[in-house]
Design a protein around this ligand. Sequence first.
Ligand SMILES: *Cc1c(COP(=O)(O)O)cnc(C)c1O
Length: 324
Amino acid sequence: MSAVLLDDIFEARRTLQGKVLRTPLVPSPTLSAQCGQPVYLKLESQQLTGSFKLRGATNAIAQLSAADKTRGVVAASTGNHGRALAYAASAVGVRAVICMSELVPANKVEAIRALGAEIRIVGRSQDDAQLEAERLVREDGLAMVPPFDYGPVIAGQGTIALEILEDLPEVDTVLVPLSGGGLFSGIARAIKSASPAIAMIGVTMERGCAMHASLAAGRPVQVEELPTLADSLGGGIGLDNQYTFAMTRELADDTVLVAEDDIACAIGHAYWQEGQVVEGAAAVGIAALLTGRVRPRGPAVVVVSGRNIDMAAHHRIVGDARPQ
Ligand SMILES: *Cc1c(COP(=O)(O)O)cnc(C)c1O
């Protein structure tokens, strides 16, 4: 196993040039007033495919051998990783197979098919879909692209930090949504290489965060998965985790948890105050500032990670959070 280094992130940046968007870093006047420090939002919600996952997926495909590119890639993901891999593969003419269970709603299936992937529907759980993906690796020689615990993916996500450092060299605190830890590890590697004094804060939901529980236990552990508004933060970190557990443990100054109500308020805040549609997972950093769980001592950046939320659900949430 080799670690993910700053050089890997610079190389990813060259690879991603022209293939993914350089997303805006925008000031938030209301969060700045509330925190008494300048607060900026890094809008990966405006990334192509609706989340930062396109960075890691694009970098992973670029690093495949010519033989792997000929055979194609596979993943078991109904969410942002599946969308990103479908898009990144079809952009360079590589076959992508995305495995999902029969329980995945038709609109999600069609969204990923429309991005150019082949869909394989098997079994009645995410575990069944994962087993099918592993079978395609064994029997058809497809290359698995994991969603977070994979060097090229971590390096791709880390390119977000290079953009933050260019746009706001005086940054003091960075808040990052935390699930499997690919996003956090990549960003933290680049930020801490620039300056170990910049605070790296992982933010996640109270309901079912495997990385938080694993850090507390000192080793990767499983937690019960619970329904949450931050659905893109669900799932385990893998009991045989190779990279992201160690990197998060090494590089995080703190990890904080936010409640479901606070995530809903933060989705509402993003909409009414910032004019942004964001999904629950992307709103946790805003929630951490609004609730005072994180109090920045200097200029702060909140990574807003995606916008893929059911729009009818979004409509209800922002209706309930409407300012008086
Ligand atoms: C995947 C995802 C995350 C978490 O990323 P990890 O690398 O698993 O920690 C956060 N927000 C959104 C929108 C995502 O899709």
